[in-house]
Design a protein around this ligand. Structure first.
Ligand code: SAM
Length: 301
């Protein structure tokens, strides 16, 4: 099985030497991208546990929908630094195998460095759209919010289909519309008096919501060659365990977090407004907001 995938070195070259002559503009873009990558992974690590508390039930719903069994080999697409590879490994047991794949070298380095990774879990740095998977090498392909960012989604899913054995299962969870997702919409609305309106309006069209329409998902999966496509809407109240943790997560990631990461000078007033809004929703386990997702399954013919 391991021969089926050749782990690519995750060369962390964030501020490394320039291997060819580049224009100043190209170089500035390269450094800016790598700094963004770094700060994104760093942000995830800083809020890893409360973020995991929010996302775990949604990923679990997709895992249950796939119907994994002991001994299955599973690919976790866009695993980030989340807890899904370990959760999958418990489901497939010691005879099974889980490969976490992510395009961010920093995320893969963190995961590989985790103490206590079970023997049946390994990680690969690569782009799911183009990675050279050995044909039929997986029983299942899973993703928790990692499949909405492809340049050409149909081509990417065609590549993932190739990785599945005949009859193998695909299962993922993706966001529905921003307007259905209180988890993103409430923080954005609360902070909006302190944000430029253009930024707020462009959020609904961002890549996170590229699979927000069921017909888009169906068109992509049918076009890629999957069969038995099932798309189920799920609404779930989720939280991070406390008011403070919820404020931390909602202001660092998601729709508001993305804006504040790019415009840190807006953070102070936005976070104060967010905290006021979330305090009104506080409860014994902290505030809970409704998440609206699609649970999607399909089969390799
Ligand atoms: C929203 S995060 C979700 C991370 C993780 N699945 C979780 O639930 O915590 C999306 C992840 O998908 C990864 N990703 C995006 N496009 C990718 C691609 N083409 N191939 C592999 N990973 C990709 C990103 O680097 C990021 O780690």
């Amino acid at each position: 099985m391991m021969g089926a995938l050749s782990p690519q070195p995750c060369a962390p070259e964030p501020y490394g030497t320039i291997s060819r002559l580049t224009s100043i503009a190209e170089e500035r873009d390269r450094v800016a991208t790598s700094m963004k990558t770094h700060s994104r992974v760093r942000t995830w690590l800083e809020i890893r546990e409360p973020l995991e508390r929010q996302l775990e039930p949604l990923g679990r719903a997709a895992m249950e929908a796939i119907g994994l069994s002991e001994g299955h080999r599973v690919l976790d697409v866009g695993c980030g630094v989340g807890g899904t590879p370990l959760a999958l490994s418990r489901r497939v047991g010691p005879r099974g195998q889980v490969i976490g794949l992510d395009v961010l070298p920093d995320a893969i380095d963190v995961l590989r460095g985790n103490d206590g990774n079970p023997e049946n879990v390994s990680f690969i740095c690569g782009d799911a759209q183009t990675y050279g998977f050995a044909a039929g090498s997986f029983d299942a392909v899973f993703s928790r919010f990692g499949v909405m960012f492809f340049d050409d989604a149909t081509e990417a899913f065609r590549n993932l289909l190739k990785a599945l054995r005949p009859g193998g299962r695909l299962g993922f969870v993706s966001w529905r519309d921003l307007s259905d997702n209180e988890l993103d919409e409430l923080p954005l609305r609360a902070a909006s008096p302190h944000l430029p309106p253009g930024l707020v309006n462009s959020t609904a069209a961002s890549a996170w919501f590229s699979f927000s329409k069921a017909e888009t998902i169906r068109r992509v999966l049918d076009g890629a060659g999957f069969s038995d496509v099932e798309i189920t809407s799920r609404d779930e109240g989720i939280g991070s365990g406390s008011l403070q943790d919820m404020v931390a997560v909602c202001s660092r990631v998601g729709a508001l977090g993305a804006i504040l990461r790019d415009h840190p000078h807006l953070t102070r007033k936005a976070v104060r407004a967010l905290e006021d809004a979330l305090r009104e929703r506080d409860g014994p386990n902290g505030p809970e907001l409704m998440a609206a997702v699609w649970i999607v399954t399909a089969k390799a013919p």
